[in-house]
Design a protein around this ligand. Structure first.
Ligand code: ADP
Ligand code: MG
Length: 263
């Protein structure tokens, strides 16, 4: 199987973060491969650099912070770090989708969820409004939203946390991505809802033949859905391998420590 995404020696520093104007390196020579259709888990404690890695893949940091990046991020053999803005826009709109921990912050509070689904379908998939509305309803239904014909006119605050995450997943699927990046997708949700959302991601991954980069600090969750795992610690990948290898024959002391503290 070919690699869909290859991160090759990615290092990243934030500039101007020190009082004397220096820079802080938060990623150090990260290497990571995701094959088509697989679920790769990126695991590490808070502050280890998981979200920075995720945001780097879509080059979302450079718009808001001064960063210095080196290395390569190949998507279908094209380097994301050097690609032109039009290709990058196409990639963000149609090829790679992302969901975050707290769906409220990713949804616009003043637009109905229907509008937030319909607009991108019209823009990126070139659908007419009626067709986009039908597709939006179908997506909401597929992600488990009850009575989607009626729910589509709700505002984000009228939904529960779990429903909002379902809407985010529907939005992510709207572009039929090859890769879904899920950054702590269940951390903000109740435990019972966490399992439902995880199941949903797993089902959709098979149905849509997507690869998933699952970012989490939750090892039991990794065990449920990942094919392969990278363990991250202080901006470095300290160990990686298949799910079996990481759980049954970990080698790095930090990985062993993480597994020991697993509930
Ligand atoms: P996590 O593994 O919890 O997702 P992050 O990737 O968010 O960790 O953060 C990794 C490190 O990068 C942290 O030390 C964090 O403070 C720092 N960091 C993240 N975003 C920024 C930013 N925009 N500017 C400066 N430092 C940042
Ligand atoms: Mg994070």
């Amino acid at each position: 199987m070919n690699n869909l995404l290859t991160i090759d020696k990615l290092s990243l520093s934030f500039q101007g973060t020190q009082p004397e104007g220096g820079e802080t390196e938060v990623l150090h020579e990260i290497c990571l491969q995701i094959r088509q259709g697989e679920t790769h888990a990126l695991v590490g404690e808070s502050g280890s650099g998981k979200s920075v890695t995720a945001l780097s893949i879509l080059r979302l940091l450079e718009d808001i912070s001064r960063v210095r990046t080196s290395g390569r991020i190949l998507f279908h053999d094209q380097d994301i770090l050097t690609m032109d803005r039009d290709t990058l826009r196409e990639l963000r709109g149609n090829r790679i989708a992302m969901i975050f921990q707290e769906p409220m912050t990713s949804l616009n509070p003043v637009y109905t969820i229907g509008n937030q689904l319909i607009e991108p379908l019209m823009l990126h998939q070139h659908m007419q409004r009626n067709e986009a509305r039908e597709r939006a309803i179908a997506l909401l239904k597929r992600t488990g939203i009850q009575q989607p014909e009626y729910r589509i006119d709700s505002y984000p605050h009228q939904l529960s946390g779990g429903q909002r995450q379902r809407v985010m997943i529907a939005m992510a699927l709207a572009c039929r991505p090859d890769l879904l990046i899920a950054d702590e997708p269940t951390t903000a949700l109740d435990v019972t809802i966490q399992d439902q959302i995880l199941e949903l991601i797993k089902d959709l991954q098979e149905e849509f033949h997507m690869a998933v980069l699952l970012i989490t600090h939750d090892l039991p969750m990794v065990r449920k859905i990942a094919d392969s795992v990278s363990i991250m610690h202080q901006g470095r990948i300290v160990e990686q391998g298949t799910l079996d290898k990481i759980f049954s024959a970990p080698e790095d002391p930090y990985t062993i420590h993480l597994l020991d503290s697993m509930p």
